[in-house]
Design a protein around this ligand. Structure first.
Ligand SMILES: [Ca+2]
Ligand SMILES: [Ca+2]
Ligand SMILES: [Zn+2]
Length: 312
């Protein structure tokens, strides 16, 4: 375990500072330029709670979703966001935004196995509209393409297959949501890039979703399309509700009660942090079953609007 100093440039950025074990690959999904060595040195010496939170988060590396930024990466993203947000919106004023254009890239095996039907895709778009509508967002299908490539079909997060597929298939600019489907490696249901990584890696921008998680797929209990909803949440700038564990900063959204670790199933009344409020197990940004998820909070909606006007 090493100790270095992490400078607090941004309000709240150091709330999670701790020393954590020297593990690698905590997060491979984005393109922030941060030194791995700096990512770990963040807790008060012997702060067991802090260290436990980190361990819990690291243990979820291969859970429902592959998006697990370290606290250092979160701090870097928040710094970039606050800096750009202060400079004013890059895009349309709030309220004037058109529906988010959506390209769906269905990747199948060499023999064409693993298709996602047009009907399933339409159901996924409908679900995005019903789940994000209350937050003030809408989505419109811009196009669908289908590619047979067994290597891409079984892509893992951060793999060269992922890079190749995205370089070949991505459509549109920063405003366009690109969804890639396949039978993903690592047992993951999906992963996504954050808005702040678009500038440095535009071709990499987008979400990757397990084909069987689309509405009507066979990934029970994750086959109602909520993986798509969840991953798009990351694409629009949201963290998991359990980001940062019980720490004060948490997921950078004030009206989602802190949660020590991901919730699975639908554990009604779960309460893992001393702070007020039961765990937000019905939130789209937790890990619960699709049928258990039903909301974004007002704070999450506000954060997404800030992210979208700043980056997209
Ligand atoms: Ca919160
Ligand atoms: Ca609580
Ligand atoms: Zn996630």
């Amino acid at each position: 375990m090493k100790t270095t100093t992490f400078s607090c440039l941004i309000l709240g950025a150091c709330a999670l500072a701790c020393d954590v074990p020297d593990t690698s690959d905590r997060n491979e999904g984005h393109d922030l330029v941060v030194a791995d060595d700096d990512a770990r040195d963040l807790c008060e010496m012997d702060d067991d709670t802090c260290i436990d939170d980190f361990a819990a988060e690291a243990g979820l590396q291969h859970g429902r979703c592959g998006v697990h930024p370290s606290e250092f990466e979160v701090a870097a993203m928040e710094a970039d966001f606050l800096h750009r947000f202060a400079a004013g919106p890059s895009q349309q004023a709030e309220g004037a935004r058109a529906a988010v254009p959506v390209w769906v890239h269905v990747i199948r095996s060499n023999t064409g196995a693993g298709d996602v039907t047009d009907n399933q895709i339409q159901q996924q778009i409908t679900l995005l509209n019903s789940t994000y509508g209350p937050a003030g967002f809408s989505f419109a299908l811009a196009g669908v393409d289908r590619t047979n490539n067994s290597t891409w079909y079984s892509m893992g997060q951060g793999s060269s297959a992922e890079t190749q597929a995205k370089n070949a298939l991505r459509k549109g600019g920063k405003e366009t949501l690109n969804i890639y489907t396949g039978n993903l490696g690592g047992g993951l249901l999906g992963w996504a890039t954050f808005p702040s990584s678009y500038n440095s890696s535009p071709k990499y921008d987008g979400v990757v979703v397990l084909n069987a998680s689309f509405p009507g797929g066979n990934a029970v209990p994750y086959n109602l399309g909520m993986t798509g909803v969840h991953e798009v949440g990351h694409w629009m700038g949201l963290y998991h509700t359990f980001q940062g564990g019980c720490s004060k900063q948490g997921d950078l959204v004030s009206d989602t009660p802190p949660e020590k670790s991901a919730a699975f199933g639908c554990p009604e009344g779960r309460n893992t942090c001393p702070a007020a409020g039961v765990d937000p197990i019905h939130n789209f940004m937790d890990y619960t079953d699709d049928a258990c998820m039903n909301n974004f909070t007002a704070g999450q909606a506000e954060r997404m609007h800030g992210m979208m006007t700043t980056y997209r």
